[in-house]
Design a protein around this ligand. Structure first.
Ligand SMILES: Cc1ncc(COP(=O)(O)O)c(C=O)c1O
Length: 424
């Protein structure tokens, strides 16, 4: 900061967010002084300084630069179902182009309630228990901001979907990380039990899981449910991969376990099931007292998700049940192609039971750590991936891991496999 020339000017001592000791905030008079100060002042908030930009989205940009095959960011490179696209076009033509009700168009909320009843086994009131948001992403941050106070704790399993860490920081909560251990990504029940305490407000679950492909079993969810009920903790469960399951794995919603209906916020979206990641339509399902808070936060964060796309999402959610079998089958084909291709290229793979990612171990390739290996892969081999460390609070836990995603056309996966063969 510029030195105070006039000691009589008003000064205010602030905490230096760059950790270089406290600095003095000075009221400036001349334009020159204001310009100098603008250059030197730290404009980032303390919260924003505590996390970096998304590694996954950064890898997508690096991939574009090197014209690589993008197996980093989990979005499909194949088209979404025609009937859903037609429904969106129709909605726009029919002038559904103004704000929807803040917490979601009634037709979509009704469709969400119907689907939650038949697939997840939980009956909810669309008038009082559903908030439509801009994707699962906004549903998660709106839910956390709605229920968590600064200094309360949120339990997060790691490796985690990378948004959960920054989400807890933005709420000024303290994350408590519980490690999922390979090869089957189990957690230690005692460690989880010790993590719950009077400050715990929520636990974030993601099943099927990104990045591990773990599908939480009923027994595991029961352990979490018992602890939530003992300590009065809300389970916030991100279930956006609920239809992408392999080898007979079964998706179970923790909200369906006895005593959990009113202690759970279930998050979902159209992004993954209907291959519509760019539409930004998701939702949070929760008991009325939780929904009332979520709706308020959501209103002031984004007002609402795009109205014509909500109309089309209602059509998507009412698609024939066969659609979901077809989805799981095509993803199984992609997984069954990529797994042996990765093994052939020398990767140690952890076969997923759900979602569309493959975690691999790459320690034996002899690179210093995962980030340098991921850059080698995109720059020299032409395949973008995500370094494992970005899924852990302690980067060392992921320093020998690399994540591949496979929501891609077979020809894209074949191209990636061909390039990866060069590694050998
Ligand atoms: C576990 C998980 N949750 C949420 C999202 C983002 O969902 P949405 O596009 O609905 O915001 C992703 C995207 O990759 C994800 O993997």
């Amino acid at each position: 900061m510029p030195e105070a020339k006039d000691k009589n000017r008003s000064q205010q001592t602030c905490t230096d967010i760059d950790s270089q000791g406290p600095f003095t905030y000075i009221e400036l008079e001349s334009d020159q002084e204001k310009n100098d100060a603008t250059e030197m002042k730290v404009f980032s908030s303390e919260k924003a300084l505590r996390f970096t930009e998304s590694v996954i989205r950064e890898m997508t940009r690096v991939c574009l630069k090197h014209q690589g095959v993008n197996l980093a960011q989990g979005f499909p490179d194949f088209p979404a179902p025609e009937e859903i696209k037609e429904a969106a076009i129709k909605a726009i033509r029919e002038n559904i182009n103004q704000y929807a009700i803040t917490w979601g168009a009634p037709a979509l909320r009704r469709a969400i309630a119907e689907k939650f009843a038949w697939y997840n086994g939980v009956t909810v009131d669309p008038e009082q228990e559903i908030t439509v948001c801009c994707g699962a992403t906004e549903s998660m941050i709106a839910s956390l901001m709605a229920i968590v106070n600064p200094d309360e704790e949120v339990i997060v399993f790691e490796p985690f979907y990378e948004n959960y860490g920054p989400d807890t920081i933005l709420c000024q909560a303290t994350p408590r990380f519980i490690t999922l251990h390979e090869p089957d990504w189990h957690f230690d029940e005692e460690e989880l039990t010790r993590a719950f305490n009077t400050k715990t407000k929520a636990i974030i679950i993601n099943t099927p899981n990104n990045p591990t492909g773990k599908v939480f079993s009923r027994e595991e969810l029961q352990i979490v449910a018992d602890l939530c009920q003992k300590w009065g903790v809300v389970a916030i469960t991100d279930e956006i991969y609920e239809h992408i399951l392999y080898d007979g794995a079964q998706h179970i919603s923790i909200a369906s376990l006895p005593g959990m209906r009113d202690l759970t916020i279930t998050i979902n979206s159209i992004s993954k099931t209907y291959s519509l990641t760019g539409w930004r339509v998701g939702w949070a399902i929760a008991a009325p007292h939780l929904t009332a808070s979520i709706r308020k936060v959501h209103d002031f964060l984004t007002v609402g998700a795009p109205h014509p796309l909500q109309a089309a999402a209602a059509v998507a959610l009412r698609m024939n049940h066969d659609f979901y079998h077809g989805l799981a089958r095509t993803y199984a084909e992609r997984r069954d192609f990529l797994l042996p291709a990765l093994e052939e290229a020398g990767f140690h793979v952890y076969p997923p039971r759900g979602a569309y990612y493959i975690m691999t171990d790459v320690g034996h390739f002899g690179f210093k750590e995962d980030v340098s290996f991921a850059f080698h892969l995109v720059e020299k081999v032409g395949v973008a991936t995500v370094p494992g460390s970005s899924f852990y609070s302690r980067p060392s836990l992921g320093s020998t891991k690399i994540r591949f995603c496979f929501p891609k056309k077979m020809e894209t996966l074949e191209k990636a496999a061909e390039r990866l063969r060069k590694l050998k």
